[in-house]
Design a binder for this molecule. Structure first.
Ligand code: ZN
Length: 447
């Protein structure tokens, strides 16, 4: 009698990203949300079968830094201070729960459609976003974006504490709630210290932006009598694997050593850094030092999409350009950064990030039947990893699975009504820009 399983992902080229980087043509059996077997022609009776013939099966992609916002393509090509003071801060202040619900539906639809299965969000009104994630089926961590100064543009420490108490561990642990101090220049030292006490007591993480720009370097040096942002955050919260730092562009060699030794997660956001003109993070050096490094897209305002394939490619490209060495960040490394690397940065390396028996069944099935994924060579290790990093994009994903639940099948979203999400995003962004008082300045009616 063949064994009964919940789900069989049949006949794909399985790119495991396991410790041996195995690639094999195989079926994957899933029961109770976990991978129970990987092998050719598994003799099982499956409740549900997903066809992976002509496709690569990869670990679900993990996005280690993003904000669920609506500001895609509305504040482009502006000088930084004008962008921040005239647009970004007024719209952040105007955000209401209704806007976040729309943003969460839009962002989570895009993640599922692009094969991303885990993400961390740092933004406003997290109850709305987490409520959407309960239904969307994604593996989600929310770190409410706490801002002390200016008042009213972010969440408060009290909001964050209440959210962690209420939401951490919901949906069988699929949803986590962390602390989310925005940055060293927008939160008081006492806020960081209180968050560290609470994070340790409750066993949750802390996610913040650190060493993103040269301006931040100067502000922090002025506030602290010459510390680097990395030294300052280490003093305030004590770096460890439960801390996740976005950006880390401006690091000294000593910072890199400190960061790697601490085990703290780093979310490298290559596209966002490029778009904001913030320089290039020392990824080659962080990798050499053994840092706990993954990739993030940052928000749809600074990217402008949540396509982790594009993020892999960008991360590899900018390092090759920065170092004038085309051998750095090879394809397998780029893929690892978007899977195991980002899972590690999120503190989820034991659970997701690779395709291994016993791990959660978080998978993306990527169609290889496209002009841009051929020639496809099957000799030796073949060239599937090269295609995944250098040619593929989010639209190539055929199926997306989280904890054994199918969230997209044959490109059809099963947990989010896409048409509703798109209409709601348009309507709510119009409402938000109007109430922020920036709509007429940015999009004047034609006379
Ligand atoms: Zn960010």
């Amino acid at each position: 009698m063949p064994e009964r399983v919940d789900l069989l992902v049949r006949g794909g080229i399985v790119v495991t990203v396991d410790p041996d980087d195995r690639i094999l043509t195989a079926d994957i059996a899933v029961t109770g949300g976990r991978i129970t077997a990987i092998g050719a022609d598994l003799d099982v009776e499956a409740t549900r079968v997903l066809d992976a013939a002509g496709a690569a099966v990869i670990p679900g992609l993990c996005n280690a830094h993003m904000h669920e916002t609506l500001e895609r393509g509305v504040f482009e090509d502006l000088p930084f201070m004008e962008w921040l003071e005239d647009y970004a801060l007024p719209k952040d202040r105007a955000y209401e729960p209704r806007h976040i619900r729309a943003a969460a539906l839009l962002n989570q639809a895009e993640l599922i459609a692009g094969g991303t299965t885990s993400f961390i969000d740092i933004f406003r009104h997290p109850v709305e976003a987490a409520t959407v994630a309960e239904r969307s089926g994604l593996r989600a961590t929310f770190s409410p974006q706490v801002i002390d100064d200016p008042v009213g543009v972010g969440e408060t420490l009290a909001d964050n504490e209440a959210f962690v108490a209420d939401w951490h561990g919901r949906a069988g642990g699929r949803i986590r709630a962390w602390f989310g101090p925005h940055s060293l220049y927008s939160c008081e030292p006492a806020t960081f210290e209180r968050m560290r006490e609470q994070a340790t007591a409750l066993g949750v993480g802390i996610h913040t932006h650190v060493a993103e720009s040269r301006a931040e370097l100067e502000i922090v040096a002025g506030l602290t009598g010459g510390l680097t942002p990395l030294e300052w955050i280490d003093r305030l919260v004590g770096l460890g694997p439960d801390v996740l730092l976005a950006h880390c562009v401006e690091l000294t060699p000593a910072d890199i050593e400190r960061l790697a030794a601490s085990g703290a997660g780093v979310a490298h956001c290559a596209t966002s850094n490029a778009k904001l003109g913030n320089g290039v993070a020392p990824v080659v050096e962080l990798l050499a030092a053994g840092a706990n490094l993954g990739l993030g897209t940052d928000s749809n305002m600074t990217n402008n999409n949540l396509d982790m394939f594009e993020e892999m490619r960008m991360a590899a490209l900018v390092q090759k350009q920065r170092t004038a060495d085309p051998t750095v960040v090879p394809s397998a490394t780029a893929l690892r950064l978007a899977t195991m690397g980002a899972a590690g940065a999120l503190g989820l390396a034991g659970e997701v990030g690779s395709i291994e028996v016993g791990k959660a069944a978080d998978l993306a099935v990527v169609d290889l039947g496209r002009p841009h994924t051929h020639p496809l060579l099957r000799r030796g290790r073949g060239n599937v990893v090269e295609h995944l990093v250098w040619s593929c994009n989010a639209a190539d994903v055929r199926h997306t699975v989280v904890a054994g639940e199918v969230l997209m099948e044959d490109r059809r979203l099963l947990t989010i009504d896409l048409a509703e999400a798109l209409d709601l995003a348009d309507a709510e962004e119009l409402h938000l820009l109007t109430s922020a008082g920036v709509l007429d300045r940015r999009f004047p009616e034609e006379s």
